[in-house]
Write a protein that binds this ligand. Structure first.
Ligand code: URA
Length: 246
């Protein structure tokens, strides 16, 4: 009995400290192209206006997603701009009831300019479409940081801080009924404390008056592809969907 609970605790610690902290390259994904290997125009597309300076203009009101994207501009606010192909802003229904927040773009997202389009994204899409039974386009999906961290490492505190006003702007713009955070970093950021994701997932929290449900990151579920983990996420998404419907 003691051995069983000790090994469960150990497993939980290992999962939290190793698996959830560390973002690993997904199998089959190619290594990051270093900034120096890229032509400058590929790493810095000039499709949007240069980065506007000054504080964000939506601290009190409700911006539109276009306002937030325009203010982000061709962002150079942190070092992640040096390695990105493009900014990965967000995807989905601007009026969604359900909003998903992940950690940061990976290789596929950086190439396509859309969040969650790699292997983890395929699983997330399946969870949304088969698990809760709504088309992915009916939810809104974004990340803590909008540019790919080198080698898919965790975003660093200055990078997270630089991007924070834009995540907050997206949340204000979409004004979802429920936020689902994917993995430990997104939940810890929005709840403003280090959380243990395997303990906290499946429980309700609050982000500025919006119910928040932390669940496991789909990349973690892919690595630990157990019936328990799949059931856990399915339950969390069901709970989030039910709450968003009321
Ligand atoms: N992982 C994330 O956290 N976000 C993505 O967009 C893709 C993978």
């Amino acid at each position: 009995m003691i051995v069983a609970s000790a090994s469960a605790l150990l497993r939980e610690l290992v999962e939290e400290d190793v698996c959830e902290f560390e973002r690993v390259e997904h199998p089959g994904e190619t290594a990051i192209v270093t900034p120096k290997a890229r032509p400058p125009e590929a790493s810095s597309p000039r499709r949007v206006a240069a980065e506007p300076s000054g504080p964000v203009p939506w601290t009190d009101g409700q911006p539109t997603l276009e306002d937030v994207r325009a203010h982000l501009g061709d962002c150079q606010r942190c070092d992640l701009c040096e390695g990105r192909r493009q900014i990965v802003f967000g995807d989905g229904d601007p009026n969604a009831d359900l909003m998903f927040v992940g950690e940061g773009p990976g290789e596929h997202e950086d190439r396509q300019g859309l969040p969650f389009v790699g292997r983890a994204g395929e699983l997330l899409t399946q969870m949304i479409e088969k698990g809760i039974g709504i088309p992915r386009r009916e939810v809104y999906i974004c990340n803590i940081v909008k540019c790919r961290p080198p080698r898919n490492r965790n975003p660093l505190p200055p990078e997270v801080s630089a991007c924070r006003p834009f995540l907050d702007g997206q949340i204000r713009a979409v004004a979802p009924k429920v936020i689902v955070t994917l993995g430990k970093p997104a939940a810890s950021l929005l709840l403003d404390r280090e959380i243990a994701i395997t303990r906290m997932r499946g429980t309700w929290h609050d982000y500025q008056g919006i119910p928040l449900m932390p669940t496991l990151h789909p990349a973690y579920v892919l690595r630990q592809y157990t019936p328990q983990n799949r059931r856990a996420v399915w339950q969390d998404l069901q709970a989030a969907f039910e709450r968003a419907r009321t």
